[in-house]
Design a protein around this ligand. Structure first.
Ligand code: IMP
Length: 434
């Protein structure tokens, strides 16, 4: 099947600036689909002077005529969705069922998932995973359990939902009391709350997979919006310090209900340096003045949790691995402007493990890996007003070229600031993107 569809995925540890790239590609798409993760994501988009931070609602909402879909692969938190919808409505953006569809098969995040996330992390003490405490892991665990799961479609039938919540709350109360000495869960209050969510969101809950497969048949362009970053993928990331869904482009078919052939061109988003929030290995981390400088310049504080992000040099070895996993066709390089002012930049080209070069990337042994760096010259001036590739200083162009060589893919989008106009598009195969 020939398709003009596009998947936008992060190739690092999340926070690569996907929101801005999604917003750009949404301008030439008919559907924008979240297929993984949940309200743990934080996607930022700036329209004019207005800044938006979205957690659950797809970033295609700022483009008129785009239908946004929260697909079956998402851990759907109705409370967060309604809060986001209300905040958007306050700012003049009202979304109805013609603009936002929620898959009836999406798993619902329940209050006991957030409680379990929080109690579980506390119990782990210094061994905690550093989750966003949004209930993501427990929600996906219950999806796999099946008997204690609730899907968005279940929110619509109030009586059946109340029965189900009573039954599950009993199991959860007994489990949490035994494990953590927790108080019993108030099933009736939760049932009242979630029945009300179902009433409000009901008109948007639909068979999203069918809508998307019809779109494929009709040749309407879909963009799949990845959440988190590939190094946080449940299978291929730095396990166990990962999130709980398949965030690479491999997650698109099952997470959205489309065939693998519908994935289309994969755009891999990378930040010009690296960051990570939460615990886990991060070989190029600069726990020093350079890291502090990057954090300050890049305003690297979590969109979802406000936590300071750990910062370090670009890891081209990891990015290449992530690009290979998702079959990335082209790269979007973001926050290049943040690097302005450094005399020298470093790029990690590989790792050494007990003195020997690692041949194939192995995300399971990173704690012992020593990064191997290459130094390249930095540039001095502000590049945030460079609106074409030709305007960039020679050293910035050389940095872009070196990234392309090391990752083995062209950089077709360069972002030099948060505004839409601060986006340089060059040699992209995405039709209509300029
Ligand atoms: P969880 O997804 O809340 O279970 O968190 C697991 C790990 O993934 C933690 O290290 C989080 O900080 C990280 N994480 C989850 N979502 C994001 C994201 O959207 N951006 C960056 N890190 C994330």
């Amino acid at each position: 099947m020939h398709t003009s569809n596009i998947a936008v995925v992060g190739l690092q540890w999340g926070d690569e600036g996907k929101g801005k790239v999604v917003d750009a590609v949404a301008g030439v798409s008919r559907y924008v689909v979240r297929y993984c993760g949940g309200a743990n994501a934080g996607h930022s988009v700036q329209i004019g002077q207005e800044k938006y931070a979205l957690h659950l609602i797809p970033c295609g909402i700022f483009r008129e005529g785009v239908v946004n879909i929260i697909a079956n692969g998402v851990a759907f938190d109705p409370q967060v969705a309604l809060e986001e919808l209300a905040a958007l409505a306050d700012r003049g953006l009202r979304l109805g069922p013609d603009r936002l569809v929620i898959s009836s098969a999406a798993q619902v995040v329940m209050p006991w998932h957030k409680l379990q996330d929080s109690l579980g992390e506390q119990a782990l003490g210094s061994a905690k995973l550093g989750t966003t405490v949004r209930g993501i892991g427990p929600c996906y665990a219950d999806k796999a359990m099946r008997s204690v799961a609730i899907r968005a479609g279940d929110l619509i039938d109030a009586d059946a939902l109340r029965d189900r919540i009573r039954r599950i709350a009993e199991i959860k109360s007994a489990t949490f009391a035994a494990l953590y000495g927790a108080e019993p869960i108030d099933a009736e209050a939760i049932a009242d709350e979630y029945i009300e969510y179902g009433r409000q969101l009901g008109p948007m809950i639909a068979n999203a997979g069918a809508i998307l497969r019809n779109a494929c048949r009709n040749g309407e362009r879909i963009m799949f919006e990845g959440g988190q970053g590939s190094m946080l993928d449940i299978d291929h990331g730095t396990y166990p310090f990962v999130t709980s869904s398949t965030v690479t482009a491999c997650g698109v078919p099952s997470g959205a209900g489309v065939p693998p052939s519908a994935v289309g061109t994969v755009v891999g988003v990378i930040k010009a340096y690296s960051s990570r929030v939460g615990t886990g290995p991060f070989p190029t981390e600069q726990d020093n003045e350079t890291g502090e400088w990057l954090r300050r310049r890049g305003q690297e504080y979590g969109t979802t949790t406000g936590r300071p992000r750990r910062c370090g040099w670009l890891d081209a070895f990891a990015v290449r691995y992530a690009a290979d996993l998702s079959g990335v066709g082209e790269l979007a390089l973001t926050l290049l402007d943040v690097l302005s002012g450094l005399d020298e930049l470093k790029i990690c080209t590989g790792y050494e493990l007990t003195g020997r070069a690692m041949q194939d990337y192995d995300a399971t042994v990173l704690a012992e890996a020593e990064p191997v760096y290459e130094s390249v010259p930095g540039w001095a001036g502000d590049i945030s007003q460079c609106l074409s590739y030709a305007d960039l200083p020679a050293a910035a162009k050389a940095y872009v070229t070196r990234v392309e060589e090391l990752v083995g893919r062209p950089v077709s989008i360069i972002s030099v600031g948060p505004a839409r106009r601060q986006t340089i598009v060059r040699r992209s195969k995405i039709e209509g993107l300029s």
